[in-house]
Ligand binder design. Structure first.
Ligand SMILES: Cc1cc2nc3c(=O)[nH]c(=O)nc-3n(C[C@H](O)[C@H](O)[C@H](O)COP(=O)(O)O)c2cc1C
Length: 200
């Protein structure tokens, strides 16, 4: 089944190339990706998040650590990511595991966000039930006053994760649904990828 072994950077290079094309073509959020997590009972769930950086060490996103996904990631570090770009008719699947980003990285990214988003991070009890929008607006007003002047610190319940990939699959549309699928699996020594072509 395995046709060849690719050097370690190969799937990251393809990802970068496809992402560049998506950035040029997608009307909104080319960096939007579905993130699948699994809870302590083994139940999966999915939601969209924004990819906020990638390199050969993996893919980064940021979120509220007390959210549903935050609890899932505490219980089970296995995740899957999915990019689907309708304008390109392409899909990338990534599977791997998460680890927390460093405090410095989280601080740096938090500080780069617009002031309103930083206030919003403080005000939102992400994924907790809310009595009504008024309750949320009250919290936004509270933190807007509290942080009216000076820097807004990063809440300790808000940070990011690094997804270290173990598998990539690149899917490209072809006529008559005879699509191209190329799968890259991390080799046992972790230095390269075994490449397989899959039936569509
Ligand atoms: C395009 C898009 C991008 C999003 N990006 C993020 C993100 O980067 N981080 C985040 O916490 N939520 C993001 N969200 C909201 C999540 O999809 C989700 O509603 C929220 O994180 C709560 O998910 P949870 O209850 O599973 O933890 C995004 C939603 C959309 C539609």
């Amino acid at each position: 089944m395995t046709a060849e072994t690719a050097e370690y950077t190969k799937p990251f290079d393809i990802f970068t190339e496809w992402m560049k094309e998506a950035e040029a073509n997608e009307p909104n959020d080319p960096n939007g990706m579905a993130l699948a997590t699994v809870d302590a009972e083994g139940r999966p769930s999915l939601r969209m998040v924004l990819l906020k950086g990638w390199a050969e060490d993996g893919f980064r996103f940021f979120t509220n650590l007390t959210s549903r996904k935050g609890h899932d990631l505490e219980a089970n570090q296995n995740v899957a990511l999915l990019f689907h770009w309708k304008s390109l008719r392409r899909q990338i699947r990534i599977e791997g595991s998460v680890s927390p980003v460093t405090t410095e990285e989280a601080d740096e990214y938090f500080a780069s966000r617009p002031r309103g988003s930083r206030i919003g991070a403080w005000a939102s009890k992400q994924s907790a039930p809310m009595e009504g929008r008024f309750e949320f607006e009250g919290r936004i007003a509270k933190y807007t006053t509290e942080y009216a002047v000076g820097e807004i610190p990063r809440p300790d319940f808000w940070s990011g994760f690094l997804v270290t990939p173990k598998r990539f699959e690149f899917w490209m549309d072809r006529p008559f649904r005879l699509h191209d699928r190329h799968q890259y699996d991390l080799t046992e020594d972790g230095t390269g990828w075994s490449v397989s072509t899959l039936y569509p």
